[in-house]
Design a binder for this molecule. Structure first.
Ligand code: 5GP
Ligand code: MN
Length: 340
């Protein structure tokens, strides 16, 4: 039915850890998105259903409000809020699943505790160029559009599809949906829809999940989007590029909450003649950089060269230590170099 893409040896090793493990911790990347949370909670519900009662999900920091309906989300341990508890869970775990990231740097302050933890680590991820030295088992397949889809495939392949309950299915669907822009990019493979069909048979309501994630803007978020597009978007027509920027004062004016700018970076790509879009947002400790493209432009190379980042060809991120003005200059210099 579904092609066996993940190598059998990796499936068997993961299966052994699932069977033998007692204390599990599932870790996902900083500023967890729908796929980080969806894959983690999908695996969490599966392990619970399997009968494992010591399973915890640990993430570095807070996630957006519009994921707070997800089954199991209240159990997620946020390292920023409870550092000692999170680190104790990690130190005591015998199996640690690292989901939706492939280098400790993506955990920011949580990274050292994960690297130092003695438990067996299994990476399940779909980003390019995995660091292979911090996990014992590396299941890295950039051809998948989400880590959540990989979790679905893993559960099937270890022969425990029956143990994927509705809660797990809802979380897995959420990750598949959010990492493909609600199935508008990286989403043209027939098997994706076979999987969705199976998830619907598990009882999910895909239309409701779409609404819960995508149609819950606060007034501030909608007005911030309007302001950003009207006042702040800079277009570089010759480079088919658009730049969006927001500083902290502007964010505060619109009562910014984590997650409020989710998806903004995609908006300029809806404009004729724009195939590369960059969003610079002034956060507390750095300038957060998001990059998106349509077509061949390699956002990940741009992010790696100028913003200590990476990601996928069409969707990448990074950060800049310095002022917003300096970040804009670096971006413009990069644009000249890349699009000369
Ligand atoms: P976003 O713009 O939504 O934060 O990130 C888009 C994509 O780039 C995601 O796949 C994410 O994993 C990746 N990404 C975001 N920030 C970073 C970063 O600082 N380093 C790397 N290597 N990838 C990132
Ligand atoms: Mn992902």
């Amino acid at each position: 039915m579904i092609t066996k893409i993940i190598r059998e040896e990796l499936i068997q090793r993961a299966k052994k850890y699932v069977e033998k493990g007692e204390k599990f911790v599932i870790v996902a990347h900083v500023s967890p998105d729908g796929d980080a949370l969806g894959s983690s909670l999908g695996l969490y519900h599966f392990l619970n259903e399997y009968g494992k009662d010591e399973v915890n999900v640990v993430v570095p920091n807070e996630f957006p409000e519009f994921y707070k309906w997800m089954p199991g989300i209240k159990e997620v341990v946020i390292h920023d809020k409870y550092p000692e508890f999170a680190e104790q869970l990690l130190a005591e775990a015998d199996v640690i699943f690292c989901l939706d990231f492939n280098e400790p740097k993506r955990l920011e302050k949580l990274g050292p505790a994960v690297v130092a933890a003695p438990g067996r680590k299994v990476m399940i991820d779909h980003h390019l160029n995995p660091a292979t030295d911090f996990c014992r088992v590396v299941i890295s397949y950039p051809e998948f559009s989400s880590t959540s889809e990989m979790i679905f495939r893993l559960i099937c392949r270890i022969g425990m599809f029956d143990l994927m309950n509705k809660k797990a299915a809802e979380c897995i669907y959420t990750g598949m949906m959010t990492d493909t822009g609600s199935f508008t990019y990286n989403s043209n493979k027939p098997e994706t829809y076979i999987i969705i069909s199976e998830l619907i048979k598990k009882g999910i309501d895909k239309d409701e999940i779409y609404r819960k994630v995508n149609q819950v803007s606060s007034e501030g978020r909608l007005r911030l989007m309007g302001y950003l597009l009207y006042e702040k978007m800079k277009v570089y027509p010759e480079q088919q590029t658009a730049l969006l920027t927001l500083d902290r004062k502007e964010l505060a004016r619109f009562n910014y909450r984590p997650g409020d700018t989710e998806g903004f970076v995609n908006l300029p790509l809806g404009m004729n003649g724009v195939s590369f879009s960059v969003f610079l947002r002034e956060d507390e400790e750095y300038i957060k950089v998001s990059l998106r493209s349509v077509g061949d432009f390699p956002c990940n190379e741009f992010a790696a060269r100028y913003f200590h980042g990476g990601g996928h060809k069409n969707a990448s991120g990074g950060e800049f230590l310095g002022s917003l003005e300096d970040a804009i200059q670096v971006f413009e210099k990069g644009l000249k170099e890349f699009k000369a």
